[in-house]
Design a binder for this molecule. Structure first.
Ligand SMILES: Nc1nc2c(c(=O)[nH]1)N[C@H]1C(S)=C(S)[C@@H](COP(=O)(O)OP(=O)(O)OC[C@H]3O[C@@H](n4cnc5c(=O)[nH]c(N)nc54)[C@H](O)[C@@H]3O)O[C@H]1N2
Ligand SMILES: Nc1nc2c(c(=O)[nH]1)N[C@H]1C(S)=C(S)[C@@H](COP(=O)(O)OP(=O)(O)OC[C@H]3O[C@@H](n4cnc5c(=O)[nH]c(N)nc54)[C@H](O)[C@@H]3O)O[C@H]1N2
Ligand code: SF4
Ligand SMILES: [Mo]
Length: 739
């Protein structure tokens, strides 16, 4: 490594090409990135190709303005100043004409500075901040804060060194979070038990002691069944339950409705496995659970998540080492404080689209987080992921003007044409906008529909400080390694500079006092007596002493000061205060008529390498390795339809159809089909109707965003558990470049 980069300067930067956010050495010469140090994550496919990805010819270099019709693929290069001036002017006009709420701002999976989006929106006057928070950890965080008064930090790998049993519910860190997979392997070597709940075989189900192959969407029932066993068999922690929980007797009554025999019928998990899982989980202590998108993306995610966070309280594993550790906040200025929530006038706050999903509304957020703050002194997480307008409803407002017109959208680090549900509606919405601004690293199917596409700095080009949105005291930092501007080659801005540049032109100058993000970080770190540069040298900051069972002194950050089996928050907002199971809205049980034509249960989006959501499809080496989208089907099921392994298959739901290539998976439930998400084809034309092949294999053509199917309390939409049919694709269905 050393010889290869001889004479190069070494910078320490934070990689954002996937979730671990590794700190890497970046080797730089004459302002050029030569390469990076080996990823600490075994199996990371990206670090070796850092230069190839960073200098990919398809990367955006200069601001672009649409010159043809929307979606026609005709662009003109402009300067940043022109872009800022024109966008600001058009936004002002839209605000004058329709009100500030006619602007929506959208986020993706936290790849960038999220706090500035909210700050900008609050200062502009719009409550319509929306994105993936409803379904990606935001819903987990809300439920955990509601019943536990803090969110057990979800990337806490260290605790796996102390745990005796890990319940993995709908989470597969094999491809999604390799640090956790490694932690689990080590834990098992030590003798800890791993129980995996998943409808399909995965790396983790194969590396577990017990695999519960659940019917998709029925996790709440399974967990209620496990709680039933734990209570009936007297395996619960009586002292903790008596002293530190609220509403146990009511929960106990509710649990009677879920004996293992009935739960087995609902979930298709054999009764003895339910009992076994409950016994292991309740006796091998400390135990902990880790839920993933298998849970967060299912219909009625509220109940599955409620059960997930209440189960550990039954066995007394809250805030014990190796259990559900509540780590508290970091002692710096938090993102929430930066968001300026009070800058938004009261009458504007009320206009947030989707406020009837009460837990994600401002009222719900404030109520939950004030209780958290009472105990911890700060909030857990930030509004940017836990208090959001509802995406499916915001897209409807764009498409149909209901409840009022949304005319402008700024999307930073998100690709809604690929990652939001029911993309036909998303398409209609985007086409109807008066102004659509996209800030991204690459052209995407979404960006192809924009008026302005602005080139974002990638991680080697920016300073970054991260602390998982204040759900943990851990703070990590990495510095910019290479310039964002190379005259004659490219001219990029980081996303802070984007929001600031636009904000200043809209009269927000006094609110953007920091010239650059480093100044801003220094301001946030001041209370700790640290500078950003010092933090970069340290790599990470973590308190020297960890305190467990803080609740014994302070109580829990909930309205009753206890873990709420009976949620007074749900009660206050008009929902059932106790957990329950509800059948998914589109399942063979609830929609038997639909099931006659669409007999299979479709799940989507299980992670796979080397890709990350819709990203990296441009990287030739990756495409050689993994050229096509893959759907997983049981061989018997496939054969019934004359489908051989490797065949292109139509997957169809009530909302549309796509093609993917079949992979036989022996251990899959024969009634379940899994289709990958994130697929589009950068090599296909960008203009309509192609939009880089966004209609061909994109699973979100199939998914459901029906407002009646959205979780009533959380507003989360169902990306897993719907009905589909499959049939072999005719040759003519396959675009020539893919055949
Ligand atoms: N059917 C189905 N749909 C799903 C899922 C599923 O399982 N099934 N998963 C869902 C989940 S959990 C999530 S989080 C979402 C993800 O949804 P998105 O966040 O929309 O997905 P990405 O493909 O990661 O898109 C991010 C875009 O941001 C750009 N980008 C990356 N870094 C930066 C940056 O620093 N600045 C800027 N300006 N741009 C940047 C990338 O080039 C990319 O185009 O997808 C959801 N959609
Ligand atoms: N390579 C790669 N890594 C990623 C991402 C990526 O796109 N690519 N995305 C990142 C993001 S934003 C996120 S949110 C995480 C998500 O990472 P994880 O939480 O691990 O989520 P998934 O892999 O989507 O799904 C986990 C498992 O849920 C199962 N599942 C599906 N339906 C159900 C169900 O009804 N019940 C249960 N119990 N299980 C079910 C799937 O079969 C799958 O094995 O990954 C992150 N890491
Ligand atoms: S791509 Fe992911 S695993 Fe690899 S170095 Fe970057 S953050 Fe770490
Ligand atoms: Mo996510």
């Amino acid at each position: 490594m050393k010889e290869k980069y001889e004479g190069a300067e070494v910078k320490r930067s934070m990689c954002f090409w996937c979730k671990p956010r590794c700190l890497l050495n970046v080797y730089v010469k004459d302002g050029r990135l030569l390469g990076v140090s080996k990823s600490p994550i075994a199996g990371c496919p990206r670090w070796k190709r850092a230069a190839e990805i960073f200098y990919h010819p398809a990367r955006l270099r200069y601001p672009l303005k649409r010159v043809g019709e929307r979606g026609e693929g005709r662009w003109k290069r402009i300067t940043w100043d022109q872009a800022f001036d024109e966008i600001a002017k058009r936004l002002s006009k839209i605000r004058d004409r329709y009100g500030a709420e006619a602007l929506a701002v959208e986020h993706g999976t936290s790849r960038t500075y999220e706090e500035f989006r909210y700050r900008f929106a609050n200062l502009f006057g719009t409550p319509n901040n929306f994105g993936q928070g409803h379904i990606c950890h935001g819903n987990s965080a809300v439920v955990a804060c509601m019943v536990l008064g803090w969110w057990p930090y979800w990337m806490n790998v260290e605790k796996l060194e102390k745990t005796r049993c890990v319940l993995m519910i709908g989470r597969n860190p094999g491809p999604s979070h390799q640090t956790i997979r490694d932690g689990l392997k080590k834990a098992r070597k030590r003798g800890a038990k791993v129980i995996a709940v998943d409808p399909r075989p995965s790396e983790i189900t194969k590396e577990s002691d017990l695999w519960l192959r659940i019917r998709p969407g029925t996790d709440a029932a399974l967990l209620l069944g496990m709680m039933n066993v734990i209570v009936e068999e007297d395996l619960y922690d009586k002292e903790f339950v008596e002293k530190w929980t609220y509403g146990f007797d009511k929960l106990r009554e509710r649990l009677k409705e879920y004996p293992p025999s009935k739960v087995s019928e609902i979930t298709r998990v054999p009764e003895e496995q339910i009992v076994k899982a409950a016994r292991i989980y309740a006796t091998e202590k400390p135990s902990c659970a880790m839920e993933g998108m298998g849970v967060a993306h299912q219909p009625n995610s509220l109940n599955a998540l409620l059960c997930r966070y209440l189960l550990p309280a039954l066995v007394g594993c809250i805030d014990v080492e190796g259990g559900e550790e509540l780590m508290g906040p970091a002692p710096f200025i938090t993102e929430h404080e930066v968001e300026l929530p009070d800058a938004l006038p009261e009458e504007q706050k009320k206009k947030m689209i989707g406020s009837h999903f009460r837990l994600f509304s401002r009222e719900g957020y404030e109520y939950i987080q004030r209780n958290v703050e009472r105990v911890w002194g700060k909030r857990c997480d930030f509004q940017g992921a836990m208090c959001l307008a509802s995406a499916p409803l915001v897209f409807r407002a764009m498409a149909y003007g209901d409840p009022y017109p949304v005319k402008a959208l700024i999307g930073v680090a998100c690709n809604p044409m690929v990652t939001m549900p029911n993309v036909r509606l998303v398409y209609r919405a985007l086409k109807n906008l008066e102004l659509y601004v996209v800030v991204d690293k690459f052209m995407t199917p979404s960006a192809e529909l924009a008026d302005y596409v602005l080139p974002a700095a990638d991680w080697p080009e920016r300073d970054f400080m991260f602390n998982y949105h204040n759900t943990t005291p851990l703070i990590i930092a990495g510095e910019a390694a290479v310039p964002k501007v190379m005259p004659g080659e490219y001219d990029r801005r980081d996303d802070y500079e984007f929001w600031r540049g636009l904000g200043i032109r809209l009269g927000q100058k006094e609110y953007w006092p920091w010239e650059n993000v480093r100044e801003y970080y220094n301001w946030r770190l001041k209370p700790m007596g640290l500078t950003f540069e010092e933090l970069v040298k340290m790599g990470k900051w973590f308190p020297e002493k960890r305190e467990f069972r803080k609740y014994e002194k302070t109580g829990f950050g909930t309205p009753t000061g206890k873990v709420e089996f009976y949620s007074t928050v749900l009660e206050k907002f008009g929902y059932d205060p106790l957990p329950k199971y509800e059948e998914p809205p589109e399942s063979p049980v609830s929609a038997s008529e639909i099931a006659k034509e669409y007999p299979y249960i479709l799940i989507t989006g299980a992670r796979f390498l080397p890709y990350f959501h819709s990203e990296f499809r441009q990287v030739e080496a990756f495409r050689k390795l993994y050229p096509y989208p893959v759907c997983e089907i049981h061989p018997e099921t496939a054969k019934k339809h004359g489908i051989e392994e490797g065949d292109w298959v139509w997957i169809e739901t009530k909302r549309g159809r796509i093609i993917q290539r079949c992979r036989y998976v022996e251990d899959l439930d024969p009634d379940v089909v899994h289709a990958q998400h994130g697929w589009w084809f950068p090599e296909l034309p960008g203009e309509e109707p192609w939009l880089h092949g966004v209609w061909i294999s994109n699973v979100n053509v199939l998914t459901d965003d029906d407002p009646d199917h959205i979780d009533k309390a959380l507003g989360s939409w169902p990306l897993r558990t719907m009905l589909c049919k499959i049939y072999k694709a005719e040759k003519s269905a396959i675009p020539i470049p893919l055949s």
